[in-house]
Unconditional design. Structure first.
Length: 150
């Protein structure tokens, strides 16, 4: 391995891993208190934005397998946080929508005084320009790492 990899690339990868772990831990702690998991929260967020979404669309957006998303959806339906409905023209089509209770739960998680927002708010103390640069660099790295997948 060359010096650039050892001195810069590897520490950057380690940093990404540590940040990812910290963010996952923050989300897990916040969602556990509400009786859901992070995947279920992400599903609820998508359904708030896209009122009529199917399991395949969710799986693609979340980059999870259909069976994983389907299990999480089943749990959310049982909890009364989302509802399933059949398509009117094609009964094989299943549409998912968030319930009022699901909407309230998502909004509560993202309230300024919620545990999640209190834990994430220190990031907003970073200069906006630095955050924009970081985002741009992350997008470039992601593009480079996924080039062969496309």
């Amino acid at each position: 391995m060359n010096d650039t990899f050892n001195d810069v690339v590897y520490p950057a990868l380690q940093s990404f891993r540590e940040i990812n772990r910290a963010v996952k831990r923050i989300f897990r702690t916040s969602t556990d208190e509400l009786g859901i998991n992070t995947l279920q929260l992400l599903i609820l967020e998508i359904l708030m934005q896209n009122k009529d979404t199917g399991i395949t669309d969710l799986a693609e957006q979340l980059q999870f397998g259909i069976s994983t998303v389907s299990t999480a959806v089943d749990q959310l339906v049982t909890m009364g946080l989302i509802r399933r409905s059949r398509g009117e023209t094609d009964r094989r089509t299943v549409h998912l929508s968030i319930t009022e209770e699901g909407t309230r739960l998502v909004r509560s998680i993202f309230q300024p005084d919620s545990q999640l927002m209190r834990r994430l708010s220190p990031m907003s103390e970073l200069p906006e320009e630095e955050l924009r640069i970081m985002l741009k660099v992350h997008q470039k790295i992601l593009s480079l790492l996924t080039l062969e997948e496309d």
